[in-house]
Design a protein around this ligand. Sequence first.
Ligand SMILES: Nc1ncnc2c1ncn2[C@@H]1O[C@H](COP(=O)(O)OP(=O)(O)OP(=O)(O)O)[C@@H](O)[C@H]1O
Length: 292
Amino acid sequence: MLDVKNLHKKFGKKAALEDVSFHVDEGQIYGLLGHNGAGKSTSLGIILGMVEPDRGEAFIDGVSVQKARANALRNVGAIFESPCFYEYLSGWENLRILSNYSGPFNKMATEEIVGRVGLTERIGSKVRTYSHGMRQRLALAQSLLPMPKVLLLDEPTDGLDPEGIKWFRDFILGLRNERGMTVVFNSHLLAEVEQMCDRVAILKGGRRVFEGKVSSIEGDERLYDVDLEPWDEGMHFLALQGCRMIRKGRISIPQDADPAILVAALVGIRVRVSAFSPIRRSLEDLYLEITR
Ligand SMILES: Nc1ncnc2c1ncn2[C@@H]1O[C@H](COP(=O)(O)OP(=O)(O)OP(=O)(O)O)[C@@H](O)[C@H]1O
């Protein structure tokens, strides 16, 4: 559904993107991750035809955004950067006006979408009286008005409270499950991304440094959280047994190692072991390993 091929983009001398590619299948939820300035918004901007790449191309459903923008984007809904509304008009009036950019206003469909985003009671109020969360829901409603197949969302959970974040997660998963919608979004909330996304790409300094299935993140490594005193001495011993330090307090042990024997051996060389517990590798672990 979305093919991003070898994107390069410089702003002045600074490279914002260097040879970034990724591919999103129909019905997938895809997360773009990276530190501030890693190039996530620039990638979304290029996919939306709002930023011109120096090289490379983005295809939506096989159509090049750079060569046939209107055609490529006809099935795309998006929230890009901070959504802008007419503050002095109601949410409903905003949707009525803004929907005209993508097609004729459909009252019934709009009512349905407003209900889905939970704004029915306040849709007649002026937007200037809306909370941040309500604005995000209005932006989501606007992005859904063209009945898109693909939804591109630039930091959609930014500034939402925990309840709003959970609501967003359920909403997006519902769209995918009911309509097979393809969703691409960038976020700094790794736990959310892990719960929602099928695949992720991690960008660092404009380069793609990881791309893969969220379910594969756990990998084959046997990870343990350990607390050793003294750390250096204990870690030196563990390294000789084939263990690898991920960071202070976290190690991976070889497939055939028996943790009970490792602990007994550490105690035998007078290293105090306060913790030696198996853990699951999370998206946050992977992210920190890759981006550090
Ligand atoms: N219009 C612009 N003019 C100049 N530099 C820009 C412009 N847009 C982005 N950049 C630069 O390109 C790099 C990538 O920015 P981008 O906004 O894509 O990062 P990001 O990963 O979305 O960051 P954040 O998480 O902070 O939103 C940054 O160094 C940024 O300063």
